[in-house]
Design a protein around this ligand. Structure first.
Ligand code: HEM
Length: 519
């Protein structure tokens, strides 16, 4: 950055199209050459020549434009910069937002018994890594429809950021002891609890580019647990290390085109030391770039008792085709075809015809993680709405001066905070229950929470669009996060169990222990 310092009077002398300097925040830009390339038109830039354009700039641009586009026109800073109070806030990498409700209460200074110092350290470390390393990559690759680069996966694997997302278990100790992994914030495997994991899911899902966020791991979070829990020890160790170090990528392949998540369609015949698999899977997140596919196959008769789970390596006969979805191809959503794929018998996960039990084993965790990510994405939209309502001036007043806008903000804030409070309560319960107790007592509440979360996201999306107006339907500029959100909020309402199934499960589970109570 240029170290030259200018007074406002010096800038004011460059007030023509031939020599056009402008001030944005405390910085001076020479935009003479840029004006004719300006995406918003030359006239706007020319009209700002020699002036402090800060207010007008923020009426039409996101702050990131300064970094991505304006930095090459930067010529210096102001001698008499605005006081810290008046200056636009720019966060340093790792710093948390102070915009109301942009972070959960505990991370905006409110007391909470769920988090200790290690959680704060853990989040700060993840946030810094994401700000520095992932955010720039996310924007570029999401727009280009490319998956997150493999190098980034490996880097995250080495930093324990992948292992952080699949619950604690012996694999964590193994990675730290034997593979040189150092966990974020310097925490130890013993310290790692469900709240650290909650934070990890939130940090992965707050980038405002949902396709890329899912590209960064929606496959392995649900794909690797069955291998670690039900694979033979040698397989679990080998594949667990490969995946959690980011060297190989894995996807969970359950749903098929003919019947949603009913796995009936995929045939599998034992053949000596192999199974031979034939059929098709659809909507497989990360499938397009995965090396492994944890695949539900039919080895027995009809119904759930005839289903097995196999770890299938990408090999002869297995092909993947990208599926175009509402969000970016960065997620690698795929159609997977199996054509006489030979799978070694030792790749069976759990028992033959016992696959359904293995699939069910992780459903609560999967739904809990979906809520953590989906509500974090909603929270980001709430932050966008507060910022926009505060900076957008209409008829001389900021939008937030309108009661109707404050009403919308109140509605979306309370929904996101409501989901979060329930999520933290359930996370605490998970932390203090065995897996069997969780299955028994939490399946219903987690299902209802997921329903509440995705219904709320629908309202958040709807209200955010109304607050942003036309900007909510353009893929670049001020409303880009809201626009992405309204195209992707539905994903969480369908995958991991649709809202209707969640409602059914929640109430049915509540009725199981119903006393003979009467009015
Ligand atoms: C270095 C300075 C500037 C840079 C790098 C810049 C960059 C951009 C970019 C990237 C866009 C497209 C945003 C989108 O996709 O929606 C844009 C739009 C626009 N810019 Fe600038 N700009 C600068 C200065 C200014 C100034 C000083 C004004 C004066 C008011 C201005 C007014 C506008 C307007 C009116 C739009 C159209 C916004 C819309 O469609 O909603 N820009 N600018």
């Amino acid at each position: 950055m240029s170290a030259t310092r200018y007074t406002r009077d010096e800038v004011a002398k460059h007030n023509t199209a031939e020599s056009n300097w402008i001030i944005i925040d405390d910085k001076v830009y020479d935009v003479t050459k840029f004006a004719r390339f300006h995406p918003g038109g030359k006239a706007f830039v020319d009209a700002s020549a020699g002036s402090d354009a800060t207010k007008n700039f923020y009426a039409f641009h996101r702050q990131d434009v300064l970094k991505s586009m304006a930095s090459k026109y930067l010529i210096g800073t102001l001698v008499d910069a605005p006081s810290a109070k008046k200056a636009s806030v720019t966060l340093k990498p790792g710093e948390l937002s102070k915009v109301p409700y942009a972070e959960s209460g505990a991370f905006q200074g409110l007391p909470s018994s769920f988090y200790d110092e290690s959680h704060h350290r853990f989040r700060a470390d993840l946030r810094k890594f994401f700000d520095e390393r992932v955010v720039p990559d996310a924007a570029a690759n999401d727009a280009a429809g490319k998956p997150p680069p493999h190098e980034l996966w490996k880097e995250m694997g080495k930093r324990g950021m992948l292992a952080m997302r699949i619950q604690n278990g012996p694999w964590l100790e193994d990675l730290v002891q034997n593979c040189g992994v150092v966990l974020p914030g310097g925490i130890t495997p013993k310290q790692f609890d469900c709240f650290h994991e909650l934070i990890a899911h939130e940090e992965f899902c707050r980038l405002g580019v949902p396709g890329y966020c899912d590209g960064l791991g929606a496959g392995f979070v649900i794909g690797i647990p069955p291998v670690l829990q039900f694979g033979n020890p040698e397989l679990a160790r080998k594949v667990g290390r490969e995946v959690l170090l980011g060297e190989k990528r894995i996807a969970l392949a359950i749903s098929g085109p003919e019947a949603g998540s009913d796995v009936a369609g995929l045939t599998c015949t034992p053949c000596g030391k192999f199974y031979v698999v034939n059929g098709v899977k659809k909507w497989i997140t990360n499938g397009h770039f995965a090396d492994y596919f944890v695949t539900a196959v039919r080895t027995g008769g009809p119904g759930v008792g005839g289903v097995s789970l196999l770890l299938v390596e990408r090999s002869e006969g297995l092909e993947t085709k990208p599926i175009k979805t509402s969000y970016s191809p960065s997620a690698g959503t795929a159609y997977v075809t199996y054509d006489d794929v030979k799978v070694p018998a030792e790749n069976l996960l759990g028992e033959e015809n016992g696959g359904f039990k293995c699939i069910m084993h992780n459903f609560n965790h999967e739904r809990w993680y979906i809520v953590a990510g989906a509500n974090r994405a909603s929270r980001l939209v709430v932050e966008e709405c507060y910022k926009w309502a505060n900076q957008r001036v209409v008829f001389g007043n900021p939008l937030i001066a309108q009661p109707v806008i404050r009403n919308k903000l109140a509605r979306i804030t309370s929904l996101v905070e409501g989901v979060h409070a329930w999520l933290e309560a359930i996370t605490y319960q998970m932390q203090h229950m065995t897996h069997a107790e969780q299955a028994n007592h939490l399946a219903g509440p987690i299902a209802l929470l997921k329903l509440f979360c995705t219904r709320s996201a629908n309202v958040v999306s709807d209200e955010a669009c109304q607050i942003f107006g036309g900007r909510a339907i353009t893929q670049t500029g001020m409303g880009k996060v809201v626009e992405q959100f309204q195209r992707s909020a539905k994903f969480a309402a369908i995958l991991g169990g649709s809202e209707e199934i969640m409602a059914e499960l929640g109430v049915k589970q509540a009725m199981r222990g119903f006393p003979n109570a009467r009015l």
